[in-house]
Design a binder for this molecule. Structure first.
Ligand code: IMP
Ligand code: MG
Length: 369
């Protein structure tokens, strides 16, 4: 993901895909024009990269020139497009191929047609690398189209957002949802995960999604997803990942004004981590980190035994049970640590110390996400 001015953009069309699209356009044009020597006319500024790559691939002799429309110089409304700069060459009798970076509403193209009406060209053909068919309002034929794109703002490969982004070799699409900071919170039993999650959600206006709580809520309220989950649990089977993901999706949808989410108790497997990445991607968002509280076993055992004395929880009273739970935690999270480590997203935080010390360490990590 990249940021230009105040907006975030996500990767959308790769260099490779652009290259393939241009090669196909070149093949089509070269095939249609046979031995004619065309004049390729690039429309500046946006088309400079496209024209460069296009003519480098063109297998036969050709001429290359550029025009520029005056609306590109600060006139905001496309209604005002009037002046064309740079058409100094006599194009009488020539086959002209306009090379456009993008055709959106078609206003620019209409202006090009108006201007070329006075040139006695043999033929005027239109080639555009990108096209937004749903936004296109004109009837002019587009002879060659590289890639059809949805009506969303894109940058890169010549296209700019307020001056920036033209130099990017690939194309990015505007992220329409607000930027969120999301992380999965891990910690062995006794690490103080619940306490810290409560502080963090206040500090950052995050929503804490504890999968256990979400499950219990759905089952208690007998929602469709809850009943579905219960049908598996009643048979003694694991609830399929998709059901859990659907529940998380519902939580995310419910909290569109949150600054992000703390995922707690999910993912537990590689497949779930992938599914969570896909879920966030579908929301134009991402998991920024796996934040793991790190506490030595001996400290955990001591803490939990202490807690057992007052809480009366039987699983906190037996040292062997505690040690097994800790061991199980490390065995299970090792895979996830590797998963997030591979993406450079694993953040271990020292979980030994006072509650406020640990909160400070966590905020230092989260501020950098
Ligand atoms: P038109 O609406 O077809 O006239 O497109 C006019 C111009 O708007 C294009 O030449 C681009 O300069 C600009 N434009 C349209 N859509 C985009 C986009 O998604 N990103 C960047 N520029 C765009
Ligand atoms: Mg243009």
């Amino acid at each position: 993901m990249i940021k230009l001015h105040d907006l975030y953009f996500k990767p959308f069309i790769s260099e490779k895909e652009i290259d393939v699209a241009i090669q196909r356009m070149v093949d089509e044009v070269a095939h249609d024009l046979k031995d004619e020597i065309p004049v390729f006319v690039g429309v500046l500024n946006g088309s400079f990269m496209f024209v460069s790559d296009f003519v480098k691939k063109y297998p036969k002799p050709c001429e290359v020139t550029f025009i520029k429309l005056a609306s590109y110089e600060g006139v905001k409304s496309t209604e005002d497009i009037q002046r064309l700069i740079g058409l100094t060459q006599d194009l009488t009798g020539r086959t002209v191929v306009i090379l456009e970076d993008i055709i959106d509403s078609g206003n620019t193209l209409e202006e090009i047609h108006r201007i070329f009406k006075n040139e006695k060209v043999n033929e005027l053909k239109i080639a555009t690398l990108f096209h937004k068919p749903e936004a296109y309002k004109k009837d002019f034929k587009l002879h060659y189209i590289g890639v059809n794109v949805p009506t969303k703002f894109i940058v890169g490969y010549g296209l700019d957002y307020d001056g920036l982004g033209r130099n990017l070799p690939e194309v990015y699409q505007l992220k329409t949802t607000q930027y969120m900071t999301n992380f999965v919170l891990f910690g062995p039993p006794g690490a103080g995960k619940g306490t810290q999650a409560n502080f963090l959600k206040e500090t950052y206006n995050l929503v804490h999604i504890s999968t256990g709580d979400v499950f219990r809520h759905h089952i208690k309220n007998e929602t469709a997803l809850g009943m579905l989950a219960k049908s598996f649990m009643d048979k003694g089977e694991l609830v399929p990942d998709q059901v859990t993901i659907d529940m998380l999706n519902a939580e995310v949808e419910k909290n569109t004004d949150a600054n992000g989410f703390i995922f707690d108790g999910f993912p537990r497997t590689n497949a779930q981590a992938k599914a969570l990445d896909e879920l966030m991607d579908s929301k134009d968002s991402q998991i920024n980190a796996m934040v793991a509280l790190e506490v030595e076993d001996e400290v955990l055992v001591e803490r939990l035994l202490g807690r057992g004395k007052t809480s009366g929880r039987p699983d906190d009273a037996d040292e062997q049970i505690i040690r097994n739970r800790i061991k199980e935690y490390y065995e299970k999270t090792a895979i996830l640590k590797d998963y997030y480590d591979a993406q450079g997203k694993y953040c271990g935080v020292n979980g030994v110390g006072s509650i406020s010390d640990i909160t400070d360490r966590l905020t230092q990590v989260i501020d950098k996400l």
